[in-house]
Write a protein that binds this ligand. Structure first.
Ligand code: DX5
Ligand code: ZN
Length: 213
């Protein structure tokens, strides 16, 4: 299991230290939640702060856009050379065009799906993306409860991926812990995002990451 801790649950007073801790603790990606106060009822960080994260990290960035104007934000974050940029299918009129734009910038494109969006909605885009992010909470906040229907959705997505693009990764984001990680693995999930589980783990982030792995 690849693990992408979400820095949304980090201590922003010591952000660089908290980024280094997950890198030293064995994470695979550093998950960055960008919220604009419109697509979701919360506002997080822009390029100034993400640049500080990019300087502190030794692992690739996984930027998750939860915004209305995707193209504007892709242009804003592309200079920071993230590994992935995911954007929400619910908020994009021309997803195929944006996927091509992200790839042309040398970044791996990913699609994000809210809890209600069926995997079939992106069937004909699967060939063009490197990852699909399935939300297992309503986007906007860390520390929410896991929505179990994502397990069935991941299984259905996995069978579409096997036909369309077997290299495409499945990422699940929200409410992930050591209580549901085995179910996620059995559903075909490759990458988990975990914020509060990692940063609030009593014996530290490194042990939290190894517990998930
Ligand atoms: C929610 C974000 C998640 C969130 C995960 O909108 O996309 O990445 O921070 O936090 P936990 O693991 O606490 O649910
Ligand atoms: Zn996220």
């Amino acid at each position: 299991m690849l693990v992408a801790p979400s820095i949304l649950s980090a201590d922003f007073g010591h952000l660089a230290d908290d980024v280094r801790a997950i890198c030293d603790g064995g994470c695979d990606f550093v998950h960055v939640d960008v919220m604009d106060g419109h697509f979701v009822p919360n506002l997080t960080i822009g390029p100034v702060v993400v640049e500080a994260v990019a300087k502190a990290t030794t692992m690739p960035l996984d930027i998750h856009l939860m915004v209305e104007n995707n193209t504007f934000f892709v242009d804003l974050f592309a200079p920071l050379r993230p590994e992935f940029i995911s954007f929400h299918i619910e908020e994009e009129k021309h997803p195929h065009r944006l996927i091509q734009k992200i790839r042309s910038l040398g970044i791996r494109p990913a699609l994000a799906l809210n809890p209600h969006t069926p995997p079939e909605a992106i069937e004909f885009l699967l060939r063009d993306v490197d990852m699909v992010l399935l939300m297992s909470v309503n986007p906007g906040f860390g520390g929410q409860s896991f929505i179990p229907s994502v397990l069935e959705k991941a299984k259905r997505l996995k069978s579409l991926i096997e036909i369309r693009n077997p290299e495409c990764l499945i990422e699940v984001d929200g409410g992930v812990s050591d209580q549901n990680i085995e179910l996620l693995r059995d559903a075909g999930v490759d990458v988990v995002v975990a914020g509060s589980f990692v940063y609030k783990y009593p014996s530290g982030v490194a042990r939290a990451i190894s517990a998930l792995k």
